[in-house]
Design a protein around this ligand. Structure first.
Ligand SMILES: [Zn+2]
Length: 151
């Protein structure tokens, strides 16, 4: 399993855990990046999470990985995707209008997001992860959550 796929899939798993712990106020992603075994997901949020909340995000993410839930990848028209999932498939910054067909990552009950990257076939492919930093940028109202995959 390539580390790129693992780290990229982990972004979705961590994002889902963030929303479970912090609520819908954290549902808009402002950015996501993976570099080797390191990843960072940025969401719009209005405060710094407590240490306890950050620990809970890590715990829920690892539980979801252990569960080895299958990941669904759907390729469909943008209109059909919006009809099915609404704005949940989008990030903070809009997709260009000319994009009319989407690949959608769907982990039922956890995360759904238009995403054209490659993923593992189930959450277990990610392996364990550790959240090593949660930085809140007050001026921008952004929360950056960084993690590393455990080899
Ligand atoms: Zn993805």
């Amino acid at each position: 399993m390539s580390v790129e796929r693992r780290a990229h899939t982990a972004l979705h798993v961590v994002k889902g855990a963030i929303v479970k712990v912090l609520g819908d106020g954290a549902k808009w992603s402002a950015g996501a990046s993976a570099n080797g075994s390191h990843g960072r997901i940025t969401v719009q949020f209005d405060r710094k999470p407590t240490d306890d909340e950050v620990r809970k995000i890590q715990r829920l993410a690892n539980e979801k990985i252990k569960e080895d839930q299958p990941i669904e990848i759907h390729v469909l028209s943008r209109a059909d995707a919006e009809a099915r999932w609404g704005d949940l498939i989008y990030d903070l910054f809009p997709l260009p209008e000319h994009i009319t067909e989407l690949q959608v990552f769907h982990l039922p009950g956890w995360n759904v997001n238009a995403c054209n990257k490659e993923h593992t076939s189930s959450t277990g492919g990610v392996g364990e992860l550790v959240i090593n930093k949660a930085r809140f940028r007050n001026k921008k109202q952004l929360l950056e959550v960084s993690f590393d995959l455990v080899e």
